[in-house]
Design a protein around this ligand. Sequence first.
Ligand code: ZN
Length: 223
Amino acid sequence: MNSAWIDHYRVLGLNFGASQESIKHRYRELAKIFHPDNKITGSKPVFLQVVESYQILSKPDARTRFDTEFQIRKKRDEGYKSGMYVIPPSRILFATQAVEFARRGLLRAGIRSSARKKYTGIYHDIRICLKKEELLGRIFAAIPLVVRSICPECMGSDLNCGSCGGKGSYKSFRYLKWSPEPGSLVPGKIYTLDLSGFRPDVFTHFKKRTLKVKIELFQGHKK
Ligand SMILES: [Zn+2]
């Protein structure tokens, strides 16, 4: 998908076709949270994006133009996805690092994570096993990752909130959708995905900053 194109509904956490009322309501909520003056949750780039998305969705002309483009893109993406190899979850495997470390007695204090990696030879976070035809074509992998979300009940601002226990945020998971360029993957190589600039939505961010993905050739399931 073109990274320059922005889904303004997604920015505001709304569905396509949301009412003007809910657009305005959500804009006010988000503007308060992300305003740069807000010392806890403020973020200038997110705030500016929220303002821009609101301006487009709240002006009938701009919104009609955006809605048309949105629907064209949606159709195109659906067609695109149908020509992809969707990788089943059974072939997206997490490196069982902690288990491996424990087995080799490497979980003792004083051993750095980099040293543990050296001993075990595990430098990746996940493995994705691909068939030959998938290595040549376009793949689509949904990788479940831990995220931290701002509490939707109190928006991170109520110390007595029953939903988050006053923490303001909570752990959850979201799928990272990965679709690298066809033919760009080589079995045995490790690819580092940068997650720092990638947010599933404005309330949520991935806990890890990078993800190391090792590509392997699928040779059937070993019993
Ligand atoms: Zn809360």
